[in-house]
Every structure is written in C-alpha cells, then in structure tokens.
Design a protein around this ligand. Structure first.
Ligand code: E4P
Length: 217
C-alpha cells in the first residue's frame, strides 16, 4: 500500500521524507489556504522534493477552464497529478487530460457509481472521502470496499486513493479493504507510529543498558 501525505506544508514533507513512507502528496484548496503560501510555488517545491505524484487541484468548475488550468499545472513537473472534482465537467477534463498523458486524481467521490464513472473517464486515481461520509452518519469504509470490489472485476487502471482520513483506524481499515493508497494528514501518520508499550519498552531497555556500563561505539 502506498502512503501519500495530505498536506500543503513543505516542512511536514521534509520531516517525513527520510522515513521512506512518502510515496506522494495530495493538496487541496483548503490546505493551500491554510498554508498561506502561493499555490504554484508549493506545488513546484513538493514536486522537487518527492518522486511520486503531487496532486494539484484546479480552481475552476467549468470544463474549458479546468482543462486550461490542468494543462498549466501539468507543466510544473512530470509528477503533477491534476485534481478535478467528480462532476460532469470534471470528468470531461479528466478524460481529456489523461488522453494527453497527464495523471488525474478525481476528488470528492462519495459513491461507487461515481467511482465507476471516474474509472471509465480514465482517472489515474479516485479519491473516495471516508471521513466526510462518516461525518454525515454513513460508513466511509464501506465505500472503499465497494469501489475495490468493482474495480477488481474490470481491467481499470484507476488506483483507489482513500482520502479524508481522520485517524489510524481509517488507514488500517483502508489497507484491509484493498485501497491502493491512503492519503494521510501528518498528524495521523504520527498517531500510526505511537504505542505506549513501545515507549515503555524503550525506557526500560535504555535504563537497563546503562546498568551494563558498556558502549557499542
Ligand atoms: C485529499 O485529497 C483530500 O482533499 C483530503 O483528504 C480531504 O480531507 P478532509 O475531508 O479532512 O478535508
């Protein structure tokens, strides 16, 4: 399973790159707004830092402008994945851009039917939003399972990118469900790492090692 970092914060990426966990990045307009930085600069820096796909979302909602914006974003670097919303115009832009060889991440997916349309439009990635479905009393993980089951039956190349991940259980359940990728906020990555027994174990071993009076180096 691949992990993408769901962030527009360059420092988060730099901090986590040496772990080998960062297979790509996703951003969205809300994350860019929170960063307070210029969108095109953030995407260019992210693309320099990571080898994998960096999702950059179009701002327009009409096909023609989305296509123009997508083409502009794709010129930033080869690893840009243009992010388009799961609308009729968004899927038309997806089809046109993927035909031109640009990676496309179709975002704001909330149903298996929508995911099927995105795959047929040639999407490189489909982003079902798990947390936002949970927020309205649905089971977001069921959607991941449904999409994985449908995609497995047909020769689609579209990868399932579990998005709107809010806690570690979302990540492990997305992995169990067969999602190709989870895009994870840095805070949740650190939560995945934590276990109180690990901390306690390190403390005990460190204390006992000191008692030996030895050094390895
Ligand atoms: C990623 O591509 C999405 O934009 C992101 O995961 C959305 O997460 P949120 O629902 O927590 O805003």
């Amino acid at each position: 399973m691949k992990f993408f970092l769901d962030t527009a914060n360059i420092e988060d990426v730099k901090e986590l790159l040496p772990t080998g966990w960062v297979d790509g990045i996703t951003t969205n307009p809300s994350l860019i707004a929170a960063s307070g930085r210029r969108f095109l600069d953030v995407i260019a820096e992210m693309c320099d830092l990571v080898d994998g796909p960096v999702s950059a979302e179009v701002a327009a909602t009409d096909y023609k402008t989305m296509l123009a914006e997508g083409r502009h974003l794709a010129k930033i670097a080869e690893n840009v994945a243009v992010k388009v919303p799961l609308t009729l115009d968004g899927l038309k832009a997806c089809y046109a851009l993927t035909q031109e060889g640009t990676m496309v991440n179709v975002t704001l997916c909330f149903s298996a039917a929508q995911a099927l349309l995105a795959a047929k439009a040639g999407a490189t990635f489909i982003s079902p939003f798990v947390g936002r479905l949970d927020d309205i009393g649905h089971d977001g993980m069921t959607l991941i399972q449904e999409i994985c089951q449908i995609y497995a039956q047909y020769p689609f190349d579209t990868e399932v990118l579990a998005a709107s991940i809010r806690h570690p259980l979302h990540v492990t359940q997305a992995a169990q469900s067969g999602a190709d990728i989870a895009t994870i906020p840095p805070k949740v990555i650190y939560q995945l790492l934590q276990h109180p027994l690990t901390d306690k174990g390190v403390e005990i071993f460190t204390k006992d090692w000191k008692k030996t009076g030895q050094s390895i180096l």
